[in-house]
Design a protein around this ligand. Structure first.
Ligand SMILES: Cc1cc2nc3c(=O)[nH]c(=O)nc-3n(C[C@H](O)[C@H](O)[C@H](O)COP(=O)(O)OP(=O)(O)OC[C@H]3O[C@@H](n4cnc5c(N)ncnc54)[C@H](O)[C@@H]3O)c2cc1C
Length: 141
């Protein structure tokens, strides 16, 4: 019987740590302050079903550990379309600007949105192992 482990935060770090430790046989509880998992990874869906990133979006060829993790979890990725021009509006008061995309290294995104990674990690936990609306205020050793 292994010692129970409490992880603070159900962002990518907490969920991945929990997933790895669970695979090693540890008993895990994750305490999350908010009512959702993901932390700085947050994908919302538009009315037409398009996933839109409110946080983490792109990764590059140098992010080899992330790419290994996506392969391990069988999560597909795709290359960001990087040609042509974009329309950028800094605020609702300023007019949109047309900006030509400069040549750059390829970048990648997770198919379906970055939240797919969070949902996949969440699927390895029982509902009671992730407790929401539980903000940790003190730790006593
Ligand atoms: C595919 C991908 C693309 C990315 N793209 C980008 C990018 O384009 N730009 C960029 O800057 N970064 C990017 N990143 C980096 C990424 O956004 C962050 O590094 C990552 O989300 C941080 O995760 P975390 O779990 O460490 O922290 P967080 O996401 O901040 O999670 C911390 C969690 O802990 C909870 N918490 C905090 N305090 C308490 C408490 N007292 N009690 C209980 N819970 C608490 C929070 O509510 C939160 O859920 C990307 C990452 C990925 C995987």
């Amino acid at each position: 019987m292994s010692l129970p482990i409490v992880i603070i935060g159900a962002g990518l770090s907490g969920l991945l740590t929990g997933y790895r430790l669970k695979k090693l046989g540890f008993s895990i509880t994750i305490l999350e302050a908010r009512a959702r998992c993901g932390g700085r990874i947050h994908t919302v869906t538009s009315l037409d079903g398009t996933p839109m990133e409110m946080g983490a979006t792109w990764f590059g060829p140098q992010h080899t550990k992330l790419k290994d993790l996506l392969k391990e979890l069988e999560i597909p990725m795709f290359e960001q379309y990087n040609a042509g021009a974009v329309v950028f509006q800094a605020s609702s008061q300023s007019p949109p600007q047309r900006i030509q995309i400069p040549p750059q290294d390829p970048s990648f995104r997770i198919k379906g949105g970055t939240v797919v990674l969070i949902q996949k990690l969440m699927s390895f936990f029982e509902p009671e192992e992730i407790q929401f609306n539980e903000k940790v205020r003190e730790i006593h050793f």
